[in-house]
Write a protein that binds this ligand. Structure first.
Ligand SMILES: [Zn+2]
Length: 189
């Protein structure tokens, strides 16, 4: 599956949005990839994750994603790699393992997410993996919005690299135009 194929899927599922978006990082943007719209079709999610799993090098014992964005990707990656799939949740702001999930010492863990923007969630889950004494073998995502510049110290695998411009609110040209209010894409869209 080429980047073109992936982009085609996002376009046909109307998951590549244009407008004025307030990202969870606090930055503004004129584009947003709403991965949930692509992943709502399990057969599409399966196909994408199968292609992503093929890129991952080396042995993986368990995949783990941050909830909510990483849950479906984690599940489908687990299916593709035929390994356990778990997810991490925030408890009092800290990424944690709940529901009896655990990662064994020396297990090889792959952190997965739908879209890596700042990489904050993936980095926090990576720290959690290390705290368990497991070995972090990489991070995998459907869309890498940083074009490989997220600064992970392990390989970052992705199906599509997108350079989507983000702006500090004070410097946002769409704000300056003042025509459309910024909306949080996670909630209303
Ligand atoms: Zn703005």
């Amino acid at each position: 599956m080429t980047e073109k194929d992936v982009l085609k899927i996002f376009k046909s599922e109307k998951a590549l949005l244009t407008g004025h978006f307030l990202l969870s990082s606090g930055l503004h943007s004129s584009n947003y990839m709403q991965c949930a719209l692509v992943l709502q079709k399990p057969w599409v999610a399966e196909k994408l994750c199968k292609a992503l799993a093929k890129k991952v090098k080396g042995k993986v014992d368990v995949v783990i994603g941050p909830s909510l964005g990483g849950v479906i990707v984690s599940y489908e990656m687990g299916r593709a790699l035929k390994v356990r799939s778990i997810f991490a949740e925030r408890v009092d702001g800290m990424m944690s393992l709940r529901r009896g999930f655990s990662i064994g010492k020396n297990e090889k863990a792959l952190v997965v997410e739908d879209v890596v923007t700042t990489g904050k969630s993936s980095r926090e889950v990576s720290e959690l993996v290390k705290q368990q004494g497991a070995k972090l073998v990489g991070v995998a995502c459907i869309v890498d919005r940083n074009e490989g510049n997220s600064g992970f110290d392990v390989p970052l695998y992705s199906l599509l690299k997108m350079d989507i411009k983000t702006y500090e609110p004070a410097l946002c040209p769409i704000c300056r135009e003042g025509k459309i209010p910024a909306i949080k894409p996670g909630s209303r869209l």
